[in-house]
Design a protein around this ligand. Structure first.
Ligand code: NDP
Length: 445
């Protein structure tokens, strides 16, 4: 296999899908050597079958807003690969959603899920519907219309969706309610459900907590203590806020948070009171991060991201894809950043990743660092199948162990002759080998 040839061919066949091509390119260029050590993979044209999703559903979602107007959105579900378990991956509601973004996310998810050690294939879905500014009833009607179309394609052993940008507990609840009605079953078809109907303890916290646990594993390789470290976070949604909660518990200082309108900079680090204000602002009042700056002394930078505007030891991007470009990366390095651990999916551009790897800082790609979310989703599926629920301590312990195991796999496949751990390569090769071996064993299907 020549990675460049496969990528060029995909680029020709899918010319309007830059995010998908970007994700494929990052993986293929790092697994090329390993792949070519297995001539049987090439005989089975494994790489093309792994890059192109098993199937894609796309559909119109029509719903009625509070003013009685009919609205139409696009809905999608990408079932990428189920070689090692049922399709599994979140649903994103955001105005920017298109097929390319969901294909990149489903592709990434396949490797991430493989890394978790649990039996889950890769999928992703979503809509260009934005819950921002919509009433509860509008969100409910949209979720119901979305699931009325999708419910036939999902199920507890077929495809298990969860949340992502714009989809939290409220949206998962509405989608699950409609699914349950259409399918006439009460099963664990969604994860991230409410506690009362099968949701796992620690699932809301899992992605952010898991990213912190992964970071601790990385810092330990260099004997660095997290206490007192200044951490820049982007976003103020699910992943960002629970990252902040765990970091502060560990004694680190959270010096920035953001949303799509702007960034707050708090050089001394957020206080407990300020963090709780942000949690309430985002989870209860669905407000804007600007409102924090109205209440507390800090710098608010409208339309800016944190990276060029704050001195930090560690960066944890937790908003969206391609939010750190090469200028941002250089600014972070110049300001003394020693570690980047990605809560978001593909937040660093390929040029930014090159900067981090060339500088040989600790750099964890999202598919390793943010895998705690889907890992606890996997634990939610296990609890639902057993009709049991585990304690918070039990789930948290399992999460810590899974993140340590993912770190171990990255180290195993990513350690370079000079001792530097290339986590990008490690995560890609480890994730790939398990899926590839399963695909080989199952024949051409
Ligand atoms: P949320 O919707 O809860 O929060 C997203 C945050 O990012 C919000 O603060 C949002 O601001 C901001 N944001 C979204 N899009 C943009 C943009 N284009 N530019 C700037 N800011 C933006 O989503 P999550 O916290 O769940 O997800 C965040 C990231 O983490 C995503 O990349 C997601 O794929 C990834 N992830 C999530 C997991 C999970 O369990 N939820 C698991 C693994 C990865 P605003 O409110 O203004 O839109």
């Amino acid at each position: 296999m020549k990675a460049t040839e496969v990528i060029n061919d995909l680029r020709r066949r899918f010319p309007n899908e830059p995010e998908y091509i970007q994700a494929v390119e990052e993986v293929l260029t790092t697994i090329e050597d390993t792949y070519n050590e297995h001539p049987e993979f090439e005989r089975y044209n494994l790489i093309e079958r792994l890059c192109i999703p098993d199937r894609i559903f796309s559909f119109r979602v029509s719903w009625v807003d509070d003013k009685g107007r009919v609205q139409n959105n696009m809905g999608y579900r990408i079932q990428h690969n189920n070689a090692i378990g049922p399709y599994k991956g979140g649903i994103r509601f955001h105005s920017s959603v298109n097929q390319s973004i969901l294909k990149f996310l489903a592709f990434e998810q396949t490797f991430k899920n493989s890394l978790t050690t649990l039996a889950m294939g890769g999928a992703k879905g979503g809509s260009d519907f934005s819950p921002r500014g919509k009433s509860d009833m509008e969100v409910m009607r949209f979720c119901q219309a979305f699931i009325t179309e999708l419910w036939r394609q999902i199920g507890p052993d077929t495809d298990v969706p969860a949340g992502d940008i714009g989809v939290g507990g409220r949206e998962v609840g509405y989608m699950y309610g409609m699914y349950k009605k259409m399918a006439r079953e009460f099963t664990g078809t969604f994860t991230g459900k409410g506690r009362e109907f099968g949701g796992s303890l620690i699932r809301p916290e899992a992605t952010g907590f898991g990213n912190c646990y992964f970071l601790l594993n990385m810092l330990a390789t260099k004997g660095i203590d997290i206490k007192g470290k200044r951490v820049a976070i982007s976003g103020s949604g699910n992943v960002a806020t629970y990252t902040a909660v765990k970091l502060m518990e560990l004694g680190a200082k959270v010096v920035s948070m953001s949303d799509s309108d702007g960034t707050i900079i708090v050089p001394e680090g957020l206080t407990e009171e300020q963090l709780h204000y942000i949690l309430d602002l985002k989870n209860i009042y669905r407000g804007r991060i600007r409102e924090f700056a109205d209440k507390y002394p800090c710098t608010y930078l409208a339309g800016e991201r944190p990276w060029q505007n704050v001195k930090c030891d560690i960066a944890m991007p937790s908003a969206t894809q391609n939010e750190i470009d090469d200028d941002d990366a250089r600014a972070l390095l110049a300001n003394g950043c020693i570690a980047v651990s990605e809560g978001a999916n593909m937040p660093s551009t390929p040029e930014a990743i090159k900067e981090f790897l060339n500088a040989k800082i600790l750099y964890a790609p999202g598919k390793a660092a943010n895998a705690g979310g889907v890992a606890v989703s996997g634990l939610e599926m296990a609890q639902n199948s057993q009709k049991m629920s585990w304690t918070a301590e039990e789930v948290d312990t399992r999460l810590k162990n899974i993140m340590a195991e993912i770190h171990h796999q990255c180290e195993l496949y990513g350690r370079q002759p000079d001792g530097y751990i290339n986590y990008v390569k490690g995560a890609n090769v480890a994730g790939f080998m398990k899926v590839a071996n399963a695909m080989m064993a199952q024949g051409i299907v």
